[in-house]
Design a protein around this ligand. Structure first.
Ligand code: GDP
Ligand code: MG
Length: 178
């Protein structure tokens, strides 16, 4: 039987990358605070938040989350945030094909310069705006498969799949060997 003393804590640096306006900050705030603020401010540079998640196997994952700004003028700073990251969430907006192209740019950058073995996740956010969808589920799925990424569509607004996103990342993190 498991008890509190059996639980293992895992710390994981996590970075969010993607075009400005795709909802990175809203995803983080939904996960950390359980809130959605439609008047939230544009991220300047990057912001840091941490949140723990308890898994079924009693592992406790402490995410150290770096939410980056998507603006071009900050692109040169991105390596500071993804360096040493155990996981990266690359976000696009399902209503914006440009943001999907930008996501592919970030995936390539992570493949070239990210930590070996980094857990990469592709997220199509704003799934609540499905009536204005312009990136197909099929295209995103195929792209993610080809690039060895977990893929999920989320809505920070309705909270759809937000916890699942972080749980899936937690499950994929390498466990320290005993
Ligand atoms: P960031 O630049 O990637 O951090 O994007 P923000 O988190 O600042 O969000 C940009 C805009 O998209 C804001 O106006 C949010 O209210 C809106 N937004 C974020 N997530 C969602 C979502 O899941 N659905 C909808 N409809 N709007 C969202
Ligand atoms: Mg932001």
């Amino acid at each position: 039987a498991s008890s509190a003393t059996d639980s293992k804590e895992l710390r994981a640096k996590l970075v969010l990358l993607g075009d400005s306006g795709v909802g990175k900050s809203c995803i983080v705030l939904r996960f950390v605070r359980g809130q959605f603020d439609p008047t939230s401010k544009v991220t300047v540079g990057a912001s840091f938040l941490s949140q723990t998640l308890a898994l079924e196997d009693s592992t406790i994952v402490k995410f150290e989350i770096w939410d980056t700004a998507g603006q071009e003028r900050y692109a040169a700073l991105a390596p500071l945030y993804y360096r040493g990251a155990a996981a990266a969430i690359v976000v696009y907006d399902i209503t914006s094909p440009e943001s999907f192209s930008k996501a592919q740019y970030w995936v390539k950058e992570l493949q070239k310069h990210g930590s070996p073995g980094i857990v990469m996740v592709l997220v199509g956010n704003k799934a609540d705006l499905h009536e204005n969808r312009s990136v197909s589920l099929q295209d995103a799925k195929e792209y993610a498969e080809k690039n060895n990424m977990f893929f999920i569509e989320t809505s920070a607004k309705t909270a759809d799949n937000i916890n699942q996103l972080f749980e899936e990342i937690a499950k994929r993190l390498p466990r320290p060997t005993e």
